[in-house]
Design a protein around this ligand. Structure first.
Ligand code: F6P
Length: 326
């Protein structure tokens, strides 16, 4: 498709919101308008596509949104996208709206929705956004840095109170089945230990408790333990630590706190660049691609290829956390 053939694109945010989504919407809208392409904002993710909840986006619609958490387009997890009927309806609305492409800002589930729409003739371009960092095609996903900074801030505060009381603090962070947020929070928050799904068999509660006792014996007066959501059992671990060691222990589950807040500079930068690259890809005639950040550069990957790629958590981070916790 030649550059001047692109007249109108749609943009939606899907799945769990992530700080930086607004900066990505802003970049998509303004890059498109700069190239005389109209933009339709689709509300509430794929639900809005299926139900025709749309809005023409003008430059002023994305003024003053860069600093906002959440998503101005709203988002949803959409069960109808798992049905043939829902998918057919979404593809039909795309055609009725005469869209030349659909920019989807979201995580893996949202990208799977793109695959099904692509089979129905929808040109989908994906921008990776999830606080979990659990998308295999890219080293960065929008929202991760803000979520880790929120976790770090919480750990700083928990350290104050747990050291004042000489307690142990067990902190559960989000991440679904992935441990990226957990290991990053543990490292930058100076935690002594971290339990994350990728290491579940190696780090069990007995080892954590043994470590706490060793640390107390060498004079540490408080303990910070991070647990990934995908491991779970945070309350029970806190109870076990208290029962076995006699050390007062409190559990804190950060939960959705980590999804909110004004995006960090890192998230705003990636979101802006990824939004720009998504629209440039559409203008160059690319079809069914995802934007990724790998090896320090933004790149475009085939949607199908992106969904079969693998990525692994760098276990060296865990080794370093342990070394630095002595
Ligand atoms: O994918 C982002 C995330 O916040 C995960 O860390 C968490 O497991 C999940 O979404 C929570 O989903 P919901 O907001 O639908 O409860």
């Amino acid at each position: 498709m030649a550059e001047n053939k692109i007249k109108k694109i749609g943009v939606l945010t899907s799945g769990g919101d992530a700080p930086g989504m607004n900066a990505a919407i802003r970049a998509v809208v303004r890059t498109a308008l700069f190239h005389d392409v109209d933009v339709i904002g689709i509300r509430k993710g794929y639900n809005g596509l299926i139900n025709g909840e749309i809005k023409e986006m003008h430059s002023k619609d994305v003024s003053n949104v860069m600093n906002l958490g959440g998503t101005i387009l709203h988002t949803a997890r959409c069960p109808e996208m798992m049905t043939e009927e829902g998918l057919d309806k979404a593809a039909a609305i795309y055609k009725i709206l005469s869209l030349d492409a659909l920019v989807v800002i979201g995580g893996d589930g949202s990208f799977r929705g793109m695959q099904s729409l692509a089979e129905r003739g929808v040109n989908c371009i994906g921008i990776p956004a999830t606080i979990d960092l659990d998308m295999n095609s890219t080293e960065y996903t929008i929202g991760f840095d803000t979520a880790v900074n929120t976790g770090m801030d919480a750990l700083n505060k928990l350290r104050d109170t747990s050291s004042s009381h000489e307690r142990c603090s067990v902190v559960e962070v989000m991440g679904r089945d992935a441990g990226y947020i957990a290991v990053w929070c543990a490292m930058v928050g100076g935690a002594e230990d971290v339990m994350f799904p990728e290491e579940k068999e190696i780090i069990d509660s007995k080892k954590v408790i043994q470590q706490i006792l060793e640390n107390r014996s060498i004079g540490k007066r408080h303990n910070l333990i991070v647990v990934a959501e995908g491991v779970g059992g945070t309350q029970k671990l806190a109870q076990d630590i208290q029962n076995i060691t006699g050390i007062q222990t409190r559990a804190t589950i950060l939960g959705h706190l980590q999804r909110g807040g004004s995006p960090t500079a890192v998230d705003r930068m990636h979101a802006s660049m990824m939004g720009y690259h998504a629209v440039k890809a559409i203008l160059s005639g690319e079809e069914n691609k995802v934007v990724a950040f790998n090896g320090g550069k933004y790149e475009l990957l085939d949607l199908e290829k992106a969904m079969t790629m693998e990525k692994h958590l760098d276990h060296e981070i865990y080794d370093v956390i342990k070394i630095l916790a002595i």
